[in-house]
Design a protein around this ligand. Structure first.
Ligand code: SF4
Ligand code: SF4
Length: 147
């Protein structure tokens, strides 16, 4: 009989300890958001979203010189770089920079290979789609759209 009451006491104590933890947490500041209705900015420099082109602050255009080193370094062959020669312009001009994100492993080889600092990991975490094609990114167009 004493074992029975002892179990009730232990259970009651355990319940009170649990409720104490719950009430303590209720008084703490909220650190989560109601995703996807609420969104928050990713601020970690360590976060790896898909790659994106970096803008040249002096020209307002992209930094990329279309050398193709990133595409060569990519083990998954998911980067397509195309360029053309233009009259009066030194070097090649980038015309296409596409990423097939369905094949990307976020390994970072492309970012490391670029000695111009022209690509980086984006902070874009909020991506979803119904088809594979939705993850074929035109990064040149994306940079233009970002203004
Ligand atoms: S992103 Fe860098 S490595 Fe890739 S083509 Fe442009 S300049 Fe070359
Ligand atoms: S992160 Fe890796 S797999 Fe993805 S595009 Fe760059 S090199 Fe290719």
């Amino acid at each position: 009989m004493s074992g029975y009451f002892s179990e009730i006491l232990t259970g009651g104590k355990s319940l009170l300890v649990g409720l104490g933890v719950t009430f303590k947490a209720m008084l703490q500041p909220v650190v989560t958001v109601q995703y996807p209705r609420e969104k928050t900015d990713v601020t970690s420099s360590n976060y790896r979203g898909h790659i994106e082109l970096v803008r040249n602050p002096e020209t307002g255009s992209f930094k990329c010189i279309a050398c193709g080193l990133c595409a060569k370094a990519c083990p998954s062959e998911c980067i397509t770089v195309k360029s053309e020669k233009r009259e009066g312009v030194k070097g090649k001009v980038l015309t296409v920079f596409q990423l097939d994100f369905t094949k990307c492993s976020l390994c970072g080889s492309c970012v490391e290979a670029c000695n111009k600092g022209a690509i980086r990991f984006s902070q874009d975490y909020n991506i979803a789609g119904f088809t594979k094609e939705e993850f074929h990114y035109d990064l040149l167009k994306r940079l233009e759209e970002m203004g």
